[in-house]
Design a protein around this ligand. Structure first.
Ligand code: ZN
Length: 138
């Protein structure tokens, strides 16, 4: 089951500058921010917590990763919407049966969560991500 929006991700050129802007706009406590590098995705990530959801800021590392290519093509801006699920394997199978192509197998992303991206072609050019929080076990 998909049960809520986990985060909305924004591609940015400069994480520190963008983080300052978003913390100001949201009026959030800087202590609520988690910053980490995800070498597999070639990004530096900041998670800002807002209630049960997050805003994820994505800064590319180098020129080769998907976020770097996204910014080169589209400029900064909304990158994806992440949907929380209690069973990523089952939901990936379910949407695959609807004709949506997962971009690879579920794998470990930021925060040690299981994630998979879904090709945006079938979803009005919106890149979706399924996320399974790591406190779920099957
Ligand atoms: Zn994400």
């Amino acid at each position: 089951m998909i049960n809520r929006i986990d985060h909305i991700a924004i591609a940015v050129q400069d994480l520190d500058v963008a983080l300052g802007t978003f913390l100001n706009v949201l009026g959030c406590d800087p202590a609520s921010v988690v910053i980490e590098e995800v070498p597999a995705e070639k990004v530096r990530v900041a998670f800002i917590t807002i209630g049960e959801s997050h805003i994820e800021l994505l800064e590319p590392i180098g020129q080769e990763g998907p976020v770097s290519k996204f910014i080169a093509k589209n400029g900064e801006g909304m990158h994806h919407i992440a949907l929380a699920t209690d069973n990523i394997g089952k939901e990936t199978e379910r949407v695959t049966a609807l004709g949506i192509n997962p971009l690879g197998e579920p794998s470990t992303g930021a925060g040690g969560k299981q994630i998979v991206f879904l090709h945006p072609r079938q979803t009005n050019r919106v890149l979706l991500e399924l996320v399974e929080p790591k406190d779920h076990h099957h």
